[in-house]
Design a protein around this ligand. Structure first.
Ligand SMILES: [Zn+2]
Length: 716
């Protein structure tokens, strides 16, 4: 029997005379599907009593019931059902399902999906061009229409953080486009900060796609970046998490792919983002639905058909939702002449639906591949011979014979920066713990709820590099678990509890040093009081001097439209307080002062009214500002005053500072000026400080350009 792939249906250019003959009634169709209600994605109507004429794997015509008079055609009785075009998934990663393209095809067809646009970003990160090309060979042999959006951001992070197996330069990406016609677009350009900041490599990759007339897919968080992103030629995104950013992207000319994911995860952003249509009145004509990533198990539970039904649940009509699941993805990639609807000449990729819009049967290129929810013998046979990946693909884990998976036990007191895990699992926390000397790791783990996490690099160029860390809140008490699957570099992550065993001799237990307490007994005698005061308030400044320092800080505030470095973006209070605080401390230290910092952590959330945000408020989980010791208001007194020009015009007490942040249950923590990150860690060279100051200067500038410079006079 003939193979069943995307190429089983001949190109339209070779079939027009045959199709015209059938549509005009001069020749008999191969297949007639009778008595169906047709879901039209073109007019978004349900058309009663139609029959669909197929020939050579394409739709010749959709006609009123009873139009077919011939006798040669195979008749399929679809009475009572809805027939709709096969679903088109405009953005997925096959590797996330940990199956090959051929295996993915089976699950897709069962869900009524007949075309996918995949981004083989993960195999690209492991095997570079070789992996992407192997997957393209796999895709060509699969019974599914698979197009490639060429991975655009490999490696996905800085090589200073970890080593990936791939390095897809602009030249390699250009060569992929030129060699593979199914490479129809550039895949999600996820380094949106670099794109917005004009990074040379990122823009060379964009150019490789644009100069070949291929569109660019995106991935962006943060409204501040939308304008620069659109201006860089990006024309779709699947990362809109709420209706406001969704709205902004639509207006910037960016197609919106609403992502549905398992409902307990943060990936299920569709119900929020779709409100741009259901609440803000935007048209859905440039809105599609997609799946992005699926565990193999979830493929059958949360396929694109399920996402489409979620769109119905969120308020779209079934016809609108199905158009978002088929025609719109096709149109976005310029393929609506071939797929996404049931017009004449289109591929006969069809789905038969029940009244709940659940797929019952699927035709792929005119062949029945799923019938009553089960794959047909035709598909079973097509799947029995599958593409085999080259041997190299099975040998991508390169490790030395011995890798030590746990770090040595610290002998003295150390501060450990641990990674806090938290469900649903997309965001990690940073928690510092103080490890006093102990006999074994078990003592630390019991006390702080920790376990080991070790990353072992597995790519040839870095094989065996090991980094040790500690996880908190992971609740692993015994045993170990490891994975070589981890977006994006796919290094090996090993998580384990403490296992007693030969691990070298235990270090001697150090004696804790007794703390030498000063005992200022003499100070009780009255003649010493003034000296005591000077000693106690040493390093503190007058209230007048504090105001001068405050004004010096305010004077560095960025002009919103030009943001000349080294200005401080006080007028962008949304984010980046840690960089502002660190820069202020640097300036104060240069002025001969001894600043400290105060950190506030919300019990629920911090809410501050401000004229410097178009919403007239900002919300934080935490915030930080420098403090200075200020003498007064009375003799013998001093207090730490907070210097925070993002909120105030004068130094304020910590109580006042906390008071405006609207969360009486919030907690304050004092640290010295060297702490840079929330939770610990310094930045002695100010490289991180400068990086983040620049990010938020640009964010301020972007906002000023878009909605006008702050302050916003309409705010109360
Ligand atoms: Zn993606």
């Amino acid at each position: 029997m003939a193979s069943l792939t995307r190429f089983s249906v001949k190109p339209l250019s070779t079939m027009t005379r045959q199709l015209a003959a059938v549509a005009a009634g001069r020749a008999d169709p191969d297949v007639v599907i009778k008595g169906a209600r047709v879901l039209s994605t073109y007019s978004e109507r349900l058309l009663a009593d139609r029959e669909i004429w197929l020939t050579g794997g394409r739709i010749a015509a959709v006609k009123p019931s009873g139009a077919h008079k011939g006798s040669a055609a195979r008749i399929h009785d679809a009475r009572g059902s809805i027939v709709a075009p096969g679903l088109v998934d405009p953005h997925i990663h096959i590797e996330s399902s940990m199956v090959t393209a051929c295996a993915y095809a089976e699950a897709a067809l069962l869900n009524g999906t007949t075309t996918i646009f995949c981004d083989s970003h993960e195999i690209g990160n492991v095997m570079d061009v070789g992996g992407v090309e192997a997957m393209l060979e796999d895709a060509r042999q699969a019974p599914l229409s698979i197009f490639l959006t060429v991975p655009s951001t490999v490696p996905a992070t800085s090589p200073r953080l970890e080593t990936a197996g791939g390095d897809l330069t602009a030249a390699k990406i250009a060569a992929l486009f030129d060699k593979w016609p199914e490479a129809v677009a550039l895949g999600e350009k996820m380094d949106f900060v670099q794109v917005a900041m004009g990074d040379e490599r990122s823009h060379a990759i964009l150019a490789a796609s644009l100069e070949r007339g291929r569109p660019v897919s995106g991935h962006v968080y943060g409204r501040e970046f939308v304008a620069a992103y659109a201006a860089s030629g990006v024309t779709d995104t699947h990362e809109a998490i709420d209706r406001e950013i969704a709205d902004e992207m639509l207006e910037a000319g960016i197609w919106l792919f609403l992502r549905g994911g398992p409902p307990t995860t943060p990936w299920h952003s569709l119900p929020q983002a779709i409100k741009t249509v259901t609440e803000l009145g935007a048209s859905h004509k440039r809105v599609a639905v997609c799946t992005d990533d699926r565990d193999a198990h979830d493929l059958m539970l949360f396929g694109l058909d399920w996402v489409t039904r979620e769109a119905i649940k969120a308020g779209m009509t079934p016809q609108q939702a199905w158009a978002m699941g088929s025609l719109h993805g096709a149109t976005r990639f310029g393929m609506d002449g071939e797929i996404g609807g049931m017009g004449g000449g289109r591929r006969a990729d069809l789905v038969l639906l029940d009244d709940d819009h659940k797929p019952v049967s699927t035709w792929y290129g005119g062949e029945l591949v799923v019938e009553d929810g089960k794959i047909t013998p035709r598909l079973d046979e097509a799947l029995s011979t599958r593409y085999r990946y080259p041997d190299a693909a099975y040998h991508t884990v390169k490790l030395p014979k011995q890798v030590k998976l746990t770090p040595p036990l610290p002998t003295g007191t150390v501060v450990a920066h641990t990674i806090k895990t938290e469900l649903p699992g997309i965001t990690l926390g940073h928690v510092t713990v103080r490890l006093e000397p102990a006999k074994t790791w078990q003592d630390h783990f019991d006390k702080h709820g920790l376990c080991f996490v070790t990353v072992v690099e597995r790519h040839a160029k870095s094989a065996g590099n090991v980094a040790y860390g500690l996880l908190s809140n992971f609740n692993l008490k015994r045993g170990a678990v490891a994975s070589s699957v981890g977006h994006d570099s796919h290094n090996i992550i090993d998580v384990r509890a403490f296992m007693p065993g030969p691990d070298g001799p235990l270090p001697p237990f150090p004696k804790p040093e007794l703390l030498k307490l000063p005992w200022p007994i003499r100070l009780w005698r009255w003649p010493w009081w003034p000296w005591w005061w000077w000693w106690y308030c040493w390093g503190c400044i007058s209230a007048k001097r504090a105001q001068q320092v405050f004004d010096a800080m305010s004077a560095t505030s960025c002009a919103p439209l030009t943001v000349p470095a080294p200005c401080i973006p006080f007028l962008y209070p949304d984010d980046g307080c840690w960089a502002r605080a660190h820069e202020m401390c640097r300036l104060m230290i240069n002025m001969g002062l001894s600043p400290r910092k105060v950190w506030i952590d919300a019990s629920t959330h911090l809410h501050v009214n401000t004229k410097n945000n178009p919403n007239c408020f900002v919300e934080w989980g935490w915030h930080v500002a420098p403090t200075l010791c200020v003498r007064g208001p009375y003799f013998f007194q001093h207090q730490e005053m907070v210097i925070d020009p993002s909120l105030f015009t004068t130094p304020v007490s910590k109580a006042t500072w906390k008071g405006v942040q609207g969360d009486p249950g919030a907690t304050l923590t004092d640290t010295d000026a060297t702490q840079f990150w929330h939770g610990g860690g310094d930045d002695p060279t100010y490289s991180n400080t400068n990086y983040y100051l620049n990010v938020y200067r640009l964010a301020l500038q972007a906002r000023a350009v878009q909605v006008g410079p702050p302050p916003y006079a309409y705010c109360p």
